[in-house]
Design a protein around this ligand. Structure first.
Ligand SMILES: Nc1ncnc2c1ncn2[C@@H]1O[C@H](COP(=O)(O)OP(=O)(O)OP(=O)(O)O)[C@@H](O)[C@H]1O
Length: 304
């Protein structure tokens, strides 16, 4: 069973189909990166998954619970970090967390213990009694993450968690996300930053103009665009001859060439090239980057 699953989830604003019949499948304990350009529909999707926006059609399920039918039950097991954090600036971080703990009816003693532990986790132990309005952007974002964790959720939704953070703040946030995964939580986060999605995600969904154009593990996405092609970079001082069944040669600058083959025939190919008396300097597999995957599935740009 998937912990997050949608069935043709759709949101239409007037003429605009913001989210278009998407079928998300998120496995337990994984980090799922929801990648898409600005305006693709990421926030709208997350808002429907956490029960803040009603779908026009389709359904969303969290651990098999229908979000529309049982929003309170769902809210108990999820945490949500919105794109714009919802902390009260005139209150301290500790006060903010205790305030939110009341919504979950967490007993006072337990709430205090948990709030302190969480503020410690996000590195705000020293600043917990400072008003949030005086925090830096990075501190605010970490406090908002602590708030999203107050009910000890199994599933976390993070909407652009590093948005607006400087490189150090973004790094700290990514490290925290990895820690939260180690605790066994499932994390669904949105981002338009390719290296960030690549670094954090086990699985990736790519959304463009409201449509989920690809979904799967990084390995699956690579296979999807490469099919059975293997690319081999060869450095040679001689132009390569026609390789026949071994594959296609694409000459590059500086005496380099890429060979595209259908099967993993590196060994045979190497023998063949050597038998031709060619001086092969280097031969290795090149894997597609997430950027290449994204450009291919989002915009149809050829990888080779
Ligand atoms: N309440 C609304 N009313 C009308 N249109 C909306 C509303 N909310 C979102 N939209 C539109 O729906 C589309 C998807 O927006 P959404 O915020 O979900 O995208 P996003 O992928 O999160 O973008 P970003 O990365 O810029 O935050 C956009 O064209 C946006 O203008």
């Amino acid at each position: 069973m998937y912990v997050i699953e949608t069935d043709k989830l759709t949101k239409i604003y007037g003429e605009l189909v913001a989210v278009d019949h998407i079928d998300l499948k998120v496995r337990e304990g994984r980090i799922y990166g929801f990648l898409g350009p600005n305006g693709a529909g990421k926030t709208t999707t997350i808002s429907m998954l956490v029960g803040l926006v009603a779908p026009t059609s389709g359904k969303a399920f969290i651990k098999g619970i229908d979000v529309q039918e049982n929003p309170i039950e769902v809210k108990r097991i999820i945490g949500y970090l919105p794109a714009e954090n919802g902390l009260y600036p005139h209150m301290t971080a500790l006060e903010n967390l205790l305030f939110f703990a009341k919504f979950y009816k967490i007993p006072k003693n337990e709430a205090e213990k948990r709030a302190n532990e969480l503020l410690d986790l996000v590195g705000l132990k020293e600043a917990k009694n400072k008003r949030v309005g005086e925090y830096s952007t990075g501190m605010k974002q970490r406090a908002a993450l602590a708030q999203a964790l107050i009910n000890d959720p199994e599933i976390l939704f993070l909407d652009e968690p590093t948005s607006g953070l400087d490189p150090r703040g973004a790094h700290e946030m990514r490290e925290l996300i990895k820690e939260l995964k180690k605790e066994g939580r499932t994390i669904f986060f949105s981002s338009h930053i390719l290296p960030e999605v690549d670094e954090l995600s086990d699985d990736i969904g790519i959304i463009v103009s409201g449509k989920l154009v690809a979904q799967g593990s990084k390995e699956e996405l690579k296979q999807m665009i490469l099919k059975d092609n293997i690319r081999i970079l060869v450095e040679t001082e001689e132009p390569l001859p026609d390789l026949g069944n071994f594959g296609i040669v694409k000459p590059l600058r500086e005496n380099k060439a890429i060979i595209y083959t259908k099967d993993d025939c590196r060994k045979e190919l190497l023998h063949f090239l050597l038998s031709l008396g060619l001086h092969v300097v280097d031969i290795h597999l090149i894997e597609p980057t997430l950027e290449e995957i994204f450009m291919k599935v989002a915009y149809g740009e050829e990888v080779i």
